[in-house]
Design a binder for this molecule. Structure first.
Ligand code: FES
Ligand code: FES
Length: 151
């Protein structure tokens, strides 16, 4: 099958039922996307499919054919720049394991919602868990990134 990943077409021979996460990590060495739970409950594996967050651990690779897949390695946009700068400024990560998933969800939120409220952030980020409890810094960083997007 042919996938479009981070703007490039990639030809692969894989079982169509293989979760996209395994294709990214094991076949393409795109290891920025993490495995946490494998059951769509933690968000560590979040990538964008056609610009929107999806849990790649439960997303069959066959369903990704014909879509634009973006991983943390290929996320380049104004929203990504704002999120990255805010994450760096506020030193959001602790162990870092959940952070690529957090960032992919945050990019989508900051791109689509002007001046997100706490409720907007809770709704958009609810599926991204952090066992280091960086939630306060994530919230602040999303608000900082959103302000940057308005400038
Ligand atoms: S690894 Fe996919 S949601 Fe946890
Ligand atoms: S920073 Fe450690 S799990 Fe989130």
């Amino acid at each position: 099958m042919r996938l479009n990943i981070n703007g490039e077409d990639v030809d692969l021979e894989v079982d169509p039922d293989t979760p996209l996460l395994w294709v990214l990590r094991d076949h393409l060495s795109l290891t920025g996307t993490k495995f946490g739970c494998g059951i769509a409950s933690c968000g560590a594996c979040t990538v964008h499919i056609d610009g929107y967050p999806q849990r790649s651990c439960v997303y069959p690779v066959a369903a990704a054919e014909g879509t634009a897949i973006t991983t943390i390695e290929g996320a380049r946009s104004k929203a990504e720049e704002a999120v990255r700068a805010a994450w760096t400024e506020l030193q959001v990560p602790q162990c870092g394991y959940c952070q690529s998933g957090q960032i992919m969800s945050a990019i989508s939120l900051v791109r689509d919602v002007t001046a997100p409220t706490d409720e907007d952030i809770d709704a958009a980020m609810a599926g991204n868990l952090c066992r280091c409890m960086t939630y306060d810094r994530i919230r602040k960083a999303i608000k900082t990134a959103a302000q940057q997007m308005e400038r």
